[in-house]
Design a protein around this ligand. Structure first.
Ligand code: NAP
Ligand code: MG
Length: 401
């Protein structure tokens, strides 16, 4: 069989621990035999990040801007324990945070649905994609503990030194305050990423905030979304036959639970943080969630939503058998190949990505799966496979399609 040829490289960001093991297996078994894979390789494993003072992370993000498509393996975000474990020069920042700051994007997360893994919400028959704004609000909040009686104010000083003040509260006793911000530019970019992704995936877009209570802050989000939509997207949405729909966050939550899925739910930063965990759990498994960062100027970085699966890695190091689910990482690769194929007009590459995804789903629906799915699958004739055998089973399905 002739291998599929590529023209532009995919930016390949390797990572850590068990997912780094999966990464190599996926390439060796499921991609390299079929595709003459072109990548520009960046090693985001913690050792090399430490060696390069994290420059490699910055370089990989810059390369994503240059080529437009990246695929990323899960990486360790260092904490105190990792400082010792890897003898780090510094507690390096989260690579995802660094990449997001450079690409300025929105993260879209969607579950991969298979028969036998039933969502806890029984009417969710289609995936719900959560689009989380990744900048500002409480994540860049400034907080203060108020020790006792006194007045707390918001003060804005403009470039010429003029002050605008607003009383937050006249405290009569101890309390707490918090200041947070966002920028019109970031909100507009968030809106554009969402509208673009909706058009690309032909799904309706829902957006919700608490604008009735937050008449300036949340209302600005609502207004910017509407302005961007009316100015740049309304016609395209009409042509594609999809809708943009705004409602209050309370109403959205109720509608989401009653819905059958099949749309994108855009969430402010905090709402997205909380709701994506809720949605992922309700669909059954974090190891079945895809994640893609889409920048406003159209760069894509595909990854798995889960981490490096540290506990399994330590078993692997001790020579014990693991049963780690590679599906989300495989779908990161297929997402990147499909996008590269469509940008470069290589339909065979897009077809291969589709075929590999179908082989993954078919293998699980035939009852062959990793331990995490085995625990929750309702199939009768299910079999738990180890990491390697599961990847081989997918290859077998792929070759016999
Ligand atoms: P994790 O790697 O997501 O794993 C947590 C637990 O979830 C695992 O111990 C395992 O449960 C289960 N799990 C997750 N993915 C699985 C898979 N593919 N197959 C089977 N089971 C899976 O989270 P963590 O252990 O909290 O974090 C480990 C490291 O990942 C941390 O250093 C963190 O910084 C990093 N992290 C990276 C990213 C990213 O790069 N996007 C995201 C999150 C975390 P059982 O042990 O019960 O089998
Ligand atoms: Mg969260």
């Amino acid at each position: 069989m002739e291998k599929i040829q590529m023209t532009t490289p995919i930016v390949e960001m390797d990572g850590d621990e068990m997912t780094r093991i999966l990464w190599q297996m996926i390439k060796d078994e499921l991609i390299l035999p079929y595709v003459d894979l072109k990548t520009e390789y960046y090693d985001l494993g913690l050792e090399y990040r430490n060696e390069t003072d994290d420059q490699v992370t910055v370089d990989s993000a810059e390369a994503t801007k240059k080529y437009g498509v990246a695929v990323k393996c899960a990486t360790i975000t260092p904490n105190a324990a990792r400082m010792d474990e890897y003898d780090l020069k510094k507690m390096w920042l989260s690579p995802n945070g660094t990449i997001r700051a450079i690409l300025d994007g929105t993260v879209f997360r969607a579950p991969i649905l298979v028969k036998g893994i039933e969502p806890y919400v029984s009417n969710w028959t289609k995936p719900i994609t959560i689009a989380r704004h990744a900048y500002g609000d409480v994540y860049k909040g400034v907080e203060m503990k108020i020790p006792g009686e006194g007045k707390a104010e918001l003060v804005y000083t403009d470039a010429s030194g003029n002050e605008t003040r607003e009383t937050i509260h006249d405290f009569t006793g101890a309390g707490i305050i918090q200041g947070m911000h966002n920028t019109e530019e970031s909100i507009a970019n968030f809106a554009k990423s969402c509208f673009n992704y909706a058009l690309e995936t032909k799904q309706d877009l829902w957006f919700a905030t608490k604008d009735t209570i937050s008449k300036k802050y949340d209302h600005t989000f609502k207004d910017i979304f509407q302005d961007v939509f009316d100015a740049e997207y309304k016609t395209k949405f009409d042509e594609t036959g999809i809708e943009y729909f705004y409602t209050l966050i309370d109403d959205a939550v109720a509608r989401v639970v009653r819905s059958e899925g099949g749309y994108i739910w855009a969430c402010k930063n905090y709402d997205g943080d909380v709701m994506s965990d809720m949605v992922a759990t309700a669909y059954g498994s974090l190891s079945m969630m895809t994640s893609v960062l889409v920048s406003p100027d159209g760069n894509y970085e595909y990854e798995a939503a889960h981490g490096t699966v540290q506990r399994h890695y330590y078993k692997h190091l001790k020579g014990e058998e693991t049963s780690t689910n590679p599906i989300a990482t495989i779908f990161a690769w297929t997402g990147a190949m499909r996008k590269r194929g469509s940008l470069d007009d290589i339909p065979e590459l897009c077809d291969f990505a589709d075929k590999l995804e179908r082989a993954c789903i078919k293998t699980i629906e035939n009852g062959e799966m990793t331990g995490d799915l085995y625990l929750i699958s309702t199939l009768e004739n299910k079999k738990k496979l180890n990491t390697e055998d599961f990847i081989k089973a997918i290859k077998n399905t792929l070759d016999n399609e």
